[in-house]
Design a protein around this ligand. Sequence first.
Ligand code: NI
Length: 166
Amino acid sequence: MAVLDIVLWPDTRLTETCVQIEEVTDEIRTLAQDMLDTMYAAKGRGLAASQVGAMHRVFVMDVGWKEGKSDPLICINPMLSEIGEDRATMEEGCLSIPGVLAEVNRPSQVQLVWSSLEGARYVQSFDGFGAACVQHELDHLDGIVTLDHLSADIRVDLIAEYQAAQ
Ligand code: NI
C-alpha cells in the first residue's frame, strides 16, 4: 500500500492527455492499487492517473464507499459507449482542486466500457452521481478539469475562492 502525492491545480500535468495502456504491467497494477489507496486516504470517490502524475489512461472510483456501499472500480482505457440525452447539474469536488465545488452540467446517464487489470472487458451504465463521477474522471484523462466547464466569470470567481483557501 502506498499513498501518493496528489497533483494540485494549476499543475500542467492536469492539462495533458493520458496515453492508452497497451499492456497491463506490474507498474500499472501497482499504480492502480496505489491510486485506490490514495483516493481513500484523501476521502475521495474518484481519482485519475494524471492526478498522481502518471500519464496513463486509468482511473479508479468508488462512488458509495462513504455510505457503506463500497464497490471499487479500476478502469483501464475507459470510454463512453452511450451518452443519454438528459442532462443534470451537480456540485463536483476534485482532489486536485481542494476546497471548492464547481457546478458542472453533464449528461445524466452514460454507459462506460473499460478493461480490468486482468484484461476482462466491462460495460456498465451509470446515472446520478456515478454518471458525473465517470465523466469527471474521463475528463482528467483528457486534460480537462471541472473549471473548464464553467463560464468565464464563474471560473474566475471559483479560482479566486480556491486560491484563498490554499
Ligand atoms: Ni477531479
